[in-house]
Write a protein that binds this ligand. Sequence first.
Ligand code: PBG
Length: 324
Amino acid sequence: MLRRPRRNRKSAVIRGMIEETRLSTKDFMYPLFLLEGKNKKVEVDSMPGIYRFSQDNMRAEIEQCLELGVKSFDIFPVVAEKYKDKEATYSYDPDFFYLKALRELKEEFPEACIMTDVAMDPYSVDGHDGLVDEDGKILNDESLEILGSMALAQAETGIDIIGPSDMMDGRVEFIREVLDESGYEDTSIMSYSAKYASAFYGPFRDALDSAPKFGDKKTYQMDPANLREAMIEAELDEEEGADFLMVKPALAYLDVIKLLRDNFDVPIAAYNVSGEYAMVKAAAQKGWIDGERAMMESLLSIKRAGAKVILTYFAKEAAQILKG
Ligand code: PBG
């Protein structure tokens, strides 16, 4: 035998030298759930180790993460039912606790990168990402105005990246124009470009109490059967001015991450979603898998597939391991 690939695996040092993919805490963006009020820290039942924090406790969490080298955060608000209406007007209300918290957190941690979420579902009595008409149809162009107002209100707080997760057509261009007209040309857009109608968002909807009140999201989120369609979405978002293209979920869609990585020069992000987190945690709690190793292997695989940025609930835990 002239060729013996095992020679390159014979020691930890050699394996380390030839390692093709290396995780870094710089790759991670950590999603956080914000509660109204003070002194609250409530675990999400279906996401062991993940909490909904009031602003004071979120500050402490961000501080710990920064020390570990995790510097990017995607903050989602938990919105009480009383604030919800059909038009998601609370999302850009000047008294909205989320907007106040974003401003204060960004002032307190200027070195952190903060992303926000643009979609109507947490604010809508219908629980859909767009405006719903009397027949239950999710309207596209009418939703854009609302998404634009929401994005502008978030940009005004000084955050770094707007994350449209709604999958309405034309929203990146619409939001880009709204931001630019108001002088926010430096606010970035990370578009949820290939976002699939997935079963893996369940625990997130528990965390925010944002599940659709009727029907499903299949007329706007993508069909899990489709790969080529992701190219159409990504091309449009790139043309419309997106700074990052995101694939979501991550693990069941590594081929989509790879396809976009091979075809676009803007950085690709992948969202390792709530259900993917919950599966690893649940199996580990039962002693069925080694949770730590499964976590690191999942994150590595997402990066190997071509993701530059990984949004993951594992960010803090993985950073602790990477730190040694
Ligand atoms: C809201 C939104 C969702 C997620 C991120 N933004 C849920 C959905 O589209 O139903 C899911 C994140 C996760 O599961 O971790 N549009």
